[in-house]
Design a protein around this ligand. Structure first.
Ligand code: URA
Length: 244
């Protein structure tokens, strides 16, 4: 005989089914007042995934797995910002369906090295997508970000650009990456900057300097520490994804 269910029905269901007093209290994204900063819906799934990758005890394989799940959500959400055109199709049962298709070409541009972790998620959603790369590092002498390398599709100015970097801390490198894209003729409003965790400072820097560009992020954290790490954050994303 099957064991008898001893829990109340509401205990075995998701938080939406529980009365307010029984819902888990989770930290949700900090509210920011910028119209061009879009934060993913704070669902129980997303918060649980973020909890996994924030946990210092999470091993590398799990960090990669759960980060990839969030990256997928971010890419899908980012793609919803792209324009569509009406597109009617005929279904196999001979009926017409009034749908839409995407207008225009896209490409990804990853900010090396951590941004490269988001490339596969983009490829999984957009088959054969072109992907460029930008390497910006802090200059040892001046402490300022410096452009070391860029390789972008030749027709980047005619594409929508999904700029990829998982952590938006001060935004120094990402702002410089946007300057590179603008210098190639990409209109600001055709850039979508996707990241997993942003700081309020980074979000504000973007909103002030590039109000027409859209930032799509999974979470805005509390702030930055004295070393410009995001807090509570998840530590160094690149180290955890690639090496630890
Ligand atoms: N980059 C990271 O990987 N982590 C931070 O907290 C800030 C920038």
């Amino acid at each position: 005989m099957a064991p008898k269910e001893t829990r109340a029905p509401s205990e075995s269901l998701g938080p939406d089914y529980k009365p307010d007093i029984e819902k888990p209290i989770a930290t949700v994204s900090t509210k920011v007042p910028h119209e061009n900063v879009h934060v993913l819906s704070q669902t129980p799934q997303l918060i649980a995934l973020l909890t996994m990758i924030r946990d210092r005890r999470t091993n590398r394989a799990d960090f990669i797995f759960y980060s990839n799940r969030i990256i997928r959500l971010l890419i899908e959400s980012g793609l919803n910002h792209l324009p569509t055109l009406p597109h009617e199709v005929m279904t196999p049962v001979g009926k017409t369906y009034a749908g839409v298709n995407f207008e225009g070409k896209i490409c990804g541009v990853s900010i090396m090295r951590a941004g490269e972790a988001m490339e596969q998620g983009l490829r999984d959603c957009c088959r054969s997508v072109r992907i460029g790369k930008i390497l910006i590092q802090r200059d040892e002498e001046t402490s300022k970000p410096r452009l070391f390398y860029e390789k972008l599709p030749g027709d980047v100015k005619d594409r929508w650009v999904l700029l990829l970097d998982p952590m938006l801390a001060t935004g120094g490198s990402a702002l410089m990456a946007v300057d590179v894209l603008l210098s190639k003729g990409v209109p600001e409003e055709r850039i979508l900057f996707l990241n997993l965790i942003a700081s309020p400072e980074g979000a504000a820097n973007f909103a002030n300097k590039f109000p027409k560009l859209r930032v799509v992020t999974a979470f805005v954290d509390e702030g930055l520490d004295e070393k410009n790490y995001i807090v509570p954050g998840l530590g160094d994303f690149g180290d955890r994804f690639y090496t630890l």
